[in-house]
Design a protein around this ligand. Structure first.
Ligand code: FAD
Length: 304
């Protein structure tokens, strides 16, 4: 395949064709990526963006795949995954600078060792930094955007920009990058002195609470729907009686109604269909149409 050969010749990172994306999502569903690229740095990234743009090839960026519903047909074109190849973590006076592929858990561990506090709230969010910034992931009353000082991004033309906190336009589970697509390459977080013991204790408390309230024993993508203004999606789903609803191996969690779990062999289509049933049921009960928080990628067949 020409794209495969071309990219393998140009990039230092891994380039593969027909790679199942199941293993690249926490829901463990989804078909293959036509081409999967794992860049090793900003130059690789720029080269692949330039290559795709010049030839009009569709390009999708993914992080740890913890907020994605990828269709069973998979994704055409190039999928760029920012993961362990771009996960450098550097700690300075009052800040932590990390590459976009670093996992939040690893950043928290490095912050704890260095006595850098302020990031504990993210404990248990299974995200890469890039995905967490793009989604403005949050928990325990804080969001990742609250701690971001600045981020380096590459636009689809391959140009590099340094974006300040304000330019990133953080909002509830969103940021400006969702409207003006650009890829996060690295992020600088502010932090403050805090003892490793205090950080550890807080993190353990958050993790224990998650274990108690979330179905972590099954593959999922966390909360499926955004909270509507003034309410909690999980509560509405529970009141509508949707807990335990099941299609194939996709089930509305009995532990946390805003989670849909994969009991083993769920297909993307099962999850999509179940999402729609939940939306309809909640709408019948409350008049509210829940909007997905998860990102649907690829062609999802029309389902009624
Ligand atoms: C068990 C569990 C618990 C969770 N708990 C929480 C929680 O408490 N709070 C919360 O907010 N979320 C939670 N989530 C959801 C998920 O972890 C977040 O949405 C997270 O921000 C997704 O990061 P990711 O790296 O997995 O991104 P992905 O799922 O891979 O991608 C998400 C979006 O970000 C974009 N993206 C990814 N990387 C980049 C990049 N480098 N540059 C630009 N765009 C990029 C993708 O194109 C996509 O649109 C949970 C998920 C699970 C499975």
């Amino acid at each position: 395949m020409a794209i495969l050969r071309d990219l393998q010749a140009r990039l230092s990172g891994r380039v593969r064709s027909s790679v199942s994306l199941r293993k690249h999502t926490t829901w463990r569903v989804g078909g293959p990526a036509e081409i999967l690229v794992e860049p090793t740095g900003i130059e690789d990234l720029r080269l692949v963006l330039q290559y795709a743009r010049e030839r009009g090839i569709p390009l999708t960026v993914v992080g740890n795949g913890s907020n994605l519903l990828i269709s069973d047909q998979g994704l055409n074109g190039i999928v760029v995954k920012l993961g362990s190849e771009m996960s450098r973590i550097e700690i300075g006076e009052g800040f932590i600078e990390v590459e976009a592929g670093a996992k939040l858990a690893n950043i928290l561990a490095a912050a704890r060792e260095a006595g850098c506090g302020g990031l504990e709230f993210m404990a248990g969010i299974p995200a890469s930094v890039g995905g967490a910034v793009a989604m403005n992931a949050g928990a325990n009353g804080s969001s990742i955007g609250d701690r971001v000082l600045e981020a380096t991004v590459v636009d689809l033309d391959g140009k590099i920009h340094l974006r300040s906190h304000d330019e990133l336009g953080f909002g509830y589970r969103t940021c400006a990058l969702q409207d003006t697509p650009a890829i996060v390459v690295s992020v600088k977080f502010g932090c403050f002195p805090k003892s490793a013991a205090a950080i550890r204790a807080e993190v353990e408390q958050y993790l224990a609470r998650r274990k108690q309230t979330q179905p972590l024993e099954y593959p999922s993508a966390g909360s499926v729907f955004r909270n509507p203004p003034g309410g909690a999606a999980g509560r509405l789903i529970e009141l509508a009686g949707a807990k335990g609803m099941r299609i194939g191996d996709a089930e509305v969690s009995r532990k946390h109604a805003n989670f849909i779990v994969n009991l083993g062999a769920a297909k993307s289509r099962d999850i999509r269909q179940l999402m729609l049933q939940v939306q309809k049921l909640v709408n019948e009960h409350t008049g509210i149409w829940l909007e997905p928080e998860v990102k649907l990628l690829g062609k999802h067949e029309a389902i009624e």
